[in-house]
Design a protein around this ligand. Sequence first.
Ligand SMILES: [Zn+2]
Length: 290
Amino acid sequence: MKLTRPEHAAPADAAARREIPPVICYPVETLPHPDVAGYRAVRPGWDLLDEVIVPPREARVFEVPAGHFFRITSIEGPQVGDLNLWHAADLSERFYSGKTRALHGTHLSTGDQLWSSLPYLRPMATITEDTLDWYGFDAYGGSVHDVIGTRCDPYTHHLLSGGETYHHCCHSNLTRALAAARGLSLAEAERHVHDVLNVFMCTGFTRDTGHYFMKASPVRPGDFLEFFAEIDLTGALSACPGGDCSSEHSSDAAACHPLKIEIYRPQQAPAGWAPPAPSGYDRSQGADLG
Ligand SMILES: [Zn+2]
């Protein structure tokens, strides 16, 4: 947060420095453009392979083979979901929220891809449909499906509440669910939990102070966010204790609802599609250059 009263006087050319126009950090022209129409073309006749209901203030793990789709649907009432993704065969390859944000922007929608951590940096999943795409950005700069937040967690709550304990933050829900699904200790599972895609959550940064804000999610029962799995995925979804995140999380105060995950197997792979390989960078990091 910037000082209300700066301690240092602005230089004579302050206005000129501020007027320099921004450039987009990563060129969007060279970013791969997934063939969303090609993915959608194989949806008719797909088979529902599995269905998982995530209870309120809990998380569940699900598996999606490469080339399959998964859909997260709001049921019963407005609810935010915190999504983690891993390569099913190697939990060290996991969703990289920060780089996904740098590549696609603060909030995701159809055609955006969820990238994996270094040194892999490949698309793990591609968003193939978003029923909340109509929302765009509101007057506050808010939008849905962000990669700017992290996940609610008991450590931050402990810090800010003067030492309170709350056990159903998304971080803990994801940890318990992964531990149970993979037969890991809580301590082992916790190391694999990472910053999320905030599914259905409506967030932004205040224009005046740059603070992270949330507001009531516009999601309604029947809304969904659909993904195509680019590689074999293990996913975990937490139904956030914040419910629609209109007021608070890290407590049992909010009305919470379940979320539904469906896994679909298409009749055939999309034309021309193959699972993406990890990054082609040779990982020598310049050490052989003297
Ligand atoms: Zn949460």
